[in-house]
Design a protein around this ligand. Structure first.
Ligand code: APR
Length: 265
């Protein structure tokens, strides 16, 4: 049985003290932190039309080549979900944490842009941004971003064509079988090597190379604090693994830190 850390005031105060003493904290987030914004996690069953599809079968270059309309419509559906989504208390707690600590790098696997919308100022997006689109051929360089709002096409037919080369336009996200943006990944590893505290929130820790980052931080001496209602692949290396939702635990953790800062000797 993997030990989880009870979300008690004493434990939150202890975690707040660890964060307060940190010189260089890093936060690593996955889909779980956006769950309370109404966005299904990657491994939640999608509802309606999309329930029959396995995201890992849709989010690949091969799936897009075979059926560009199906993949494009799936992303349009997810963008519609996102259009109604707002940052939740978990996202906002990380903005407050950055204010209290003076510096905080957020490394996210999420493509929803909610950390940026909440106000986090230093966000490394490992898997791209679903709100952006690019030429499938990256004909003008990687990435060749395309603003589809300037294009006129039959939306019922699926994705538009690149105005430069005629290839299909696709979402600017990293698909399975694709490599992550080199600069983002390199900086993420460097930040995790330097970190003395790693706060890991809402990730199953199942997808590489992002899943390696908490282990890199641990190997370089970081204190690892996890927040997840369920155990994950990270739990075994966590010094504390709070069994709770990000939108509940993170605000309480930040409140404990603010109280510590206000009353520190
Ligand atoms: N608060 C915190 N964590 C939560 C919450 C919540 N309210 N609800 C669910 N979780 C946890 C789940 O327990 C799970 O461990 O969030 C995690 C979500 O796991 P995944 O769906 O696997 O998402 P993620 O880890 O981000 O996936 C990584 O895999 O499929 C690719 O590119 C995709 O970015 C994604 C990556």
């Amino acid at each position: 049985m993997i030990d989880r850390t009870p979300v008690t005031p004493e434990n939150l105060r202890a975690a707040a003290r660890v964060l307060h003493a940190s010189r260089c904290p890093v936060v690593l987030t996955g889909a779980g932190i956006s769950k309370e914004s109404g966005i299904p996690t990657f491994r939640d069953a999608l509802d309606g039309l999309w329930a029959q599809y396995d995201p890992q079968q849709l989010a690949t270059p091969g799936a897009f080549r075979r059926n560009p309309k199906l993949v494009w419509d799936w992303y349009e559906y997810r963008r519609e979900l996102l259009a109604q989504a707002q940052p939740n208390p978990g996202h906002r707690a990380l903005v407050e944490l950055e204010r209290l600590l003076g510096c905080l790098v957020v490394i996210t696997q999420n493509v929803d842009g909610l950390h940026q919308a909440a106000g986090s100022s230093d966000v490394i997006t490992l898997h791209g941004d679903i709100r952006r689109n690019k030429c499938f051929a990256n004909c003008q360089g990687d990435p060749t971003l395309i603003d589809v709002s300037t294009l006129d096409w039959d939306r019922a037919s699926g994705p538009p064509r690149c105005p430069h080369c005629g290839a299909y336009v696709r979402p600017d996200v990293v698909w399975f079988e694709e490599i992550l943006p080199a600069a983002a990944l390199e900086r993420a590893f460097r930040v995790c090597e330097d970190a003395d505290v790693a706060l890991v929130v809402g990730t199953s820790g199942m997808v590489q190379p992002a899943a390696s980052l908490p282990f890199v931080a641990k190997e370089h001496g970081a204190f690892v604090i996890e927040v997840n209602p369920l155990p994950s692949a990270i739990t075994a290396i966590a010094d504390w693994s709070f069994a709770g939702a990000a939108g509940e635990v993170l605000p309480r953790l930040v409140t404990a830190l603010a109280e510590w800062v206000a009353h520190e000797p």
